[in-house]
Design a protein around this ligand. Structure first.
Ligand code: GLN
Length: 464
């Protein structure tokens, strides 16, 4: 099929899912133009890039030059980026096509996409339910097959949790594997950009292009990038899998548990070694995550002051009024809650009791993982404690909303890579996700096992 026809099909699909509110912008003309250029290049035998013809959607907290960068917030409603994020630059250099930008929770703070200033996204499996968040628009774009890949960002689960709720693959890379330049900062020591797609192969291909050192991000790693798309099809050998007892305790939905144990049985019968492990500090991960990320967010979001970026109230009486009224008017409730919590955590007198202590706990959680990875190669857990919940169900109960990230935040605290793999459906026909975690920079192992599960377990059991 010509790339132009493929893009045309995607554009029609996007129109047909308009009511799900997954896209905030669609670049119809540009995507078609780029597709035509590529078709001509191919017809004339010219060399094309590694991602030629692959069609991308980009979460709207990642910068594309000349395009709006709203972050799902009124404060950036009319803000246009003057540069490309490094990931975008790398995708375009390899002839990827960007078809649009996707909806998200405001500044990526949320687990349901209900915190977007531009309205919630709906889950295509049941439109009365949430798609997860904060990369809900990206996960829905993939679940509804409106593009090949969608970029998301993950600070505490924002790629994996919506991927689980929407039945798609989503990888949060090791912290530092993919440049954050051009990703609007939420919690800088946690944020990672990663791909969401309908198969492991596409994820591997994209990871090869977007990973690697970037002089514009001092936290990016200079370790060489593996040849993921070649590595994945090798049959994994002698892999030891750890099952953390703390992840399979009360609070986990029985249907999710049984589906994951089903997959574990399959792995066992394919000579994977399965071992119970313990991550004793895991129970502190949600509290720790919310102490540290709100602290970082309160500092990062101080730049939205009505002067440097974005919206500003009209005719404030004083400079102070301009700051406070602008922030009061244009930030949503959840963002304000986090700024206040973070400011409190960092305030004189509480810094030692909260922030410093939380940093120490972060190290303990990381140590738990490092110790576990001396014994096992991979850790398997559920991605989420429940399948997709109802729209509105948790909006007035932030704690219960925060708890939907109970299995995902620890990977960000430790900086390790983690991926959602769709492994089946519950009795309501809602997708169930399984999480694979590996040691730092072992995306290769995760992708290899994901590919194996996808082709030998999922396809046989659940796919048509
Ligand atoms: N749901 C989590 C939060 O609200 C994670 C968000 C994210 O990963 N960006 O903070």
């Amino acid at each position: 099929m010509k790339i132009q026809d493929k893009v045309q099909n995607f554009l029609e699909k996007i129109k047909s899912i308009n009511h799900l509110n997954a896209f905030l912008q669609v670049f119809e003309e540009e995507a078609l133009k780029k597709a035509l250029e590529l078709d001509l290049k191919i017809a004339s035998g010219e060399k094309t890039g590694k991602l030629a013809g692959l069609v991308f959607a980009v979460k709207d907290n990642i910068a594309i030059k000349g395009k709006k960068l709203t972050c799902g917030s009124r404060i950036l409603e009319n803000f246009e980026s003057i540069y490309d994020a490094t990931v975008v630059e790398r995708i375009l250099n390899e002839d990827g096509i960007i078809i649009g930008k996707t909806n998200l929770d405001e500044f990526a703070m949320g687990s349901s996409n209900e915190n977007s200033a531009f309205g919630p996204v709906k889950n295509p499996y049941d439109e009365t339910r949430v798609p997860g968040g904060s990369s809900g628009g990206s996960a829905v774009a993939i679940a509804t097959k409106t593009c090949d890949v969608a970029l998301g960002s993950d600070t505490g689960g924002s790629i994996r949790q919506p991927a689980a709720f929407c039945g798609v693959f989503g990888l949060k890379p090791t912290y530092g594997r993919v440049s954050r330049y051009g990703l609007v900062a939420f919690a800088s020591s946690f944020d990672s950009i990663g791909p969401i797609a309908n198969d492991t192969e596409t994820i591997a291909k994209v990871m090869e292009v977007i990973s690697g050192y970037d002089e514009k991000d001092s936290t990016s790693s200079n370790l060489p990038v593996q040849n993921f798309s070649e590595l994945i099809s090798r049959t994994p050998e002698k892999i030891k899998i750890g099952l953390p007892i703390e992840f399979f305790k009360e609070g986990l939905d029985e249907e999710i548990k049984s589906k994951i144990l089903d997959c574990i049985d399959f792995l066992k019968s394919n000579s994977f070694e399965i071992k119970e492990i313990s991550l004793p500090h895991l129970e502190y991960s949600i509290a720790d995550y919310y102490l540290l990320t709100t602290a970082e967010a309160s500092s990062n979001l101080s730049r939205y002051d009505g002067v440097k970026y974005g919206s500003r109230v009209d005719n404030p009486a004083s400079l102070k009024d301009m700051y406070t009224l602008t922030r009061d008017e244009y930030f949503g409730t959840e963002v304000k809650r986090r700024i206040m919590l973070g400011t409190f955590v960092l305030s004189a007198g509480y810094y030692d009791a909260y922030y410093r202590k939380a940093q120490k706990v972060r190290r303990l959680i990381q140590n738990d993982f490092l110790k576990a990875f001396q014994e096992v190669d991979l850790i398997i857990s559920p991605t989420t404690p429940t399948t997709a919940f109802k729209l509105g169900e948790k909006v007035n109960d932030p704690l219960s909303m925060y708890l939907s990230d109970i299995f995902t935040t620890s990977a960000n605290l430790a900086g390790i890579p983690a991926m959602n793999i769709p492994v089946g459906f519950d009795s309501k026909n809602l997708p169930i996700g399984m999480q694979l975690m590996a040691n730092h920079f072992r995306e290769d192992l995760i992708l290899q096992v994901s590919y194996f599960i996808e082709n030998n377990f999922i396809q046989k059991k659940y796919r048509d």
